[in-house]
Structures are given as structure tokens and as C-alpha cells.
Design a protein around this ligand. Structure first.
Ligand code: COA
Length: 299
């Protein structure tokens, strides 16, 4: 697998892109429109082996992910997840708050990235004017399509922790009774799993829901032990609960854990925390019968 990042597709990539998308049975409409953002993944010798992209709605708030394809011989190695993540991150960078897509066959793949089934008419309304929606509406294919959607991190003020947030995060953990991770331990954890501590910021006092400069009001920390993903330190400030912030944090950390290769996510909830338990039940997490055993490593 290539470890390079995708690069913006150029006119010279068009034949290879057409070939890749045709083989993957994906839409070819709008490939020449510069409003359609497209990237290609190249091997060292320049061969195009993957593609990814999206179109934005007129107001820029919605992104229609499209053209995510991987050459047959590179499939099954996580390249598709990486390409899809790339498009989602770029769309979020551009200010989109929600991502949508059509997929009849790859639902499980998109679920791994935090997508859930959506109403195709809602998609067509949010993204009227995009090439795919116009094509599918014109040809009647829209009625046979399956729509998926997910919030993008910036929409709920969810973003990756930076060290400038450290004081605010420690204050939030202290104020909510969450055990504060010592700084050295946190640094070691993030060195091992960069990008897996997320913060939710308060965007309620601005009409721009993609603003991410507000106060830190929630956190979640993911870790990957090479076999399983683990979730820790999920907390939302009491003044901001029951607004979907924990859901937005967990959507994103689950997607990131899936992208680094975790096939399952575990977590621990204290028995005296019924609210926490109900939240995880709402997410589809099940209690398992294992008994946790622990012992400090001798000094
Ligand atoms: C658990 C916690 C993170 C939930 O944060 P939140 O932002 O309020 O959660 P959300 O708004 O995303 O909740 C989504 C759904 O989860 C369920 N849920 C969340 N908190 C719940 C509670 N206290 N009781 C029952 N159901 C709850 C509901 O179905 C909710 O949807 P609804 O509000 O439409 O009914 C928050 O209460 C918290 O910080 N608690 C203290 C720390 C903690 O217990 N963390 C988890 C331990 S591992």
C-alpha cells in the first residue's frame, strides 16, 4: 500500500480516474467541473490506485461524498477508509457541517465511518444542484438509491485536542469529577495514538455552527492497543448535556478508531453511573460478562 497522501486530481489524471470509477461502477458525471473536489492516490511510479472527493451544496453546509474507489489489487488494506476520511476532513475544513452519500452496496463500510441510513429525499433537497443528484433525479435512479449521512466534527464544535486546550480540559475534568490524567501520561498516550483526544466546544452563542473557537465543554479519549479500541474520559459539562454533544464526540472517536484499524471498541463504566450506562446502551454498547482483574506492575 502507498503511504502517500492523495493529491488533487489534474486533467492528466482523467483517463486513469475514468477507468478506476468505471471499474468500481461509480458515477462519472461532473468529473470536469472544478466545483467537484477530486483527489487521486498515486503509487511511487505515478499509477493512480485510488480516488476520493465530494461536491458541496450551494450554501457550503452539506457535502456529497463521491468517487471513493480503490484499485482491486489494493483492496482490503484500509486504503478506502483512509481515502474516505480524507474527503470528510477536507469537507469539514471547508466548513461543511454534514456529509451525505449514495451507496447501495457499501453500507457496512460507511457505517464504520459513522454514517447512518438517511432519507434520500432529504439528501436530494440538501444537495439539489449537485451533479449526482441532478443525474439520479433525471434518470429516475434516485428512487433506487440508498442514502447515508453523518455530522462532520466541526458542526458540533468537535475537534482534535491541541495543547492550548490542556488547562481547559483539566478544569473540565476536575469540575465534573473525572480523574485527571497526569500530563506525562497524557503526552505518552497521545504520542502513541495521535488525534484520538477530542474536545467539544461551545458553539451555541454563534450562528456559525462550524465555529470551533468556543470554550471546551466536552472531551473523549480513544486509545488503540493494536487489537481493540478503547474509549475513556467521555464527559460533557452539565450545562451542555442532552444536546447530542456526547453522541458527536463518540461518532468522531469511533470513526477515528475504525480508521486506525480497531474492529471493536470497549469501555468501562462505573456501576454507580446509570446516566453513563444509559448513554452507552443508547449507542448500542452491550455489557459483557468478563470480570476486570487488575494489579500494579511491581516497581
Ligand atoms: C454520559 C454523558 C457523557 C452524556 O453526555 P450528553 O452530551 O448529555 O449526551 P447526548 O446528549 O449526546 O445523549 C445522547 C442520548 O444518550 C442517552 N442519554 C444520555 N444521557 C442520558 C442520561 N443521563 N439518562 C438517560 N439517557 C441518556 C439519550 O438517549 C440521549 O438522547 P436524548 O437526549 O435525545 O434522549 C454525560 O451525562 C456526562 O458527562 N456524564 C458524566 C461523565 C460520564 O458518566 N461519562 C460516561 C462514563 S464512561
Amino acid at each position: 500500500m502507498t503511504s502517500r497522501d492523495p493529491v488533487r486530481a489534474s486533467a492528466g489524471d482523467r483517463p486513469a480516474l475514468l477507468d478506476l470509477l468505471t471499474r468500481a461502477d461509480l458515477t462519472l458525471s461532473g468529473l470536469d467541473d472544478p466545483a467537484v473536489r477530486l483527489w487521486v492516490l498515486r503509487e511511487g511510479d505515478g499509477t493512480v490506485v485510488g480516488s476520493t472527493g465530494y461536491e458541496l451544496s450551494g450554501d457550503g453546509r452539506h457535502a456529497l461524498v463521491r468517487s471513493v474507489a480503490v484499485a482491486d489489487r489494493l483492496r482490503g488494506k484500509g486504503t478506502g477508509l483512509r481515502l474516505a476520511e480524507w474527503a470528510l476532513a477536507r469537507a469539514a475544513d471547508e466548513g461543511a457541517g454534514r456529509a451525505w452519500l449514495f451507496s447501495r452496496r457499501s453500507g457496512p463500510f460507511w457505517r464504520r465511518l459513522g454514517f447512518s441510513a438517511a432519507d434520500r429525499d432529504d439528501l436530494a433537497t440538501a444537495l439539489a444542484g449537485t451533479h449526482q443528484v441532478e443525474l439520479f433525479t433525471r434518470t429516475g435512479q434516485l428512487d433506487r438509491e440508498v442514502a447515508w449521512s453523518r455530522l462532520l466534527p466541526g458542526a458540533r464544535g468537535v475537534r482534535t485536542f491541541t495543547w492550548a486546550d490542556h488547562t481547559a480540559v483539566v478544569e473540565l475534568w476536575r469540575a465534573t469529577g473525572v480523574e485527571v490524567l497526569p500530563e506525562g501520561e497524557l503526552r505518552a498516550t497521545l504520542d502513541h495514538g495521535p488525534g484520538l483526544l477530542l474536545v467539544a466546544t461551545d458553539t451555541s452563542d454563534t450562528s456559525d455552527t462550524t465555529d470551533t473557537t468556543g470554550a471546551v465543554v466536552g472531551t473523549v479519549l480513544g486509545t488503540f492497543d493494536g487489537r481493540r479500541g478503547w474509549i475513556h474520559r467521555l464527559v460533557v459539562h452539565p450545562d451542555h448535556r442532552r444536546r447530542g454533544l456526547a453522541d458527536a464526540l463518540v461518532d468522531e472517536v469511533e470513526a477515528r478508531l475504525a480508521a486506525v484499524g480497531a474492529p471493536r471498541t470497549n469501555l468501562l463504566v462505573l456501576p454507580g453511573n446509570p446516566g453513563g450506562l444509559r448513554f452507552w446502551e443508547h449507542r448500542g454498547y452491550l455489557a459483557c460478562p468478563d470480570v476486570l482483574l487488575t494489579r500494579p506492575v511491581d516497581g
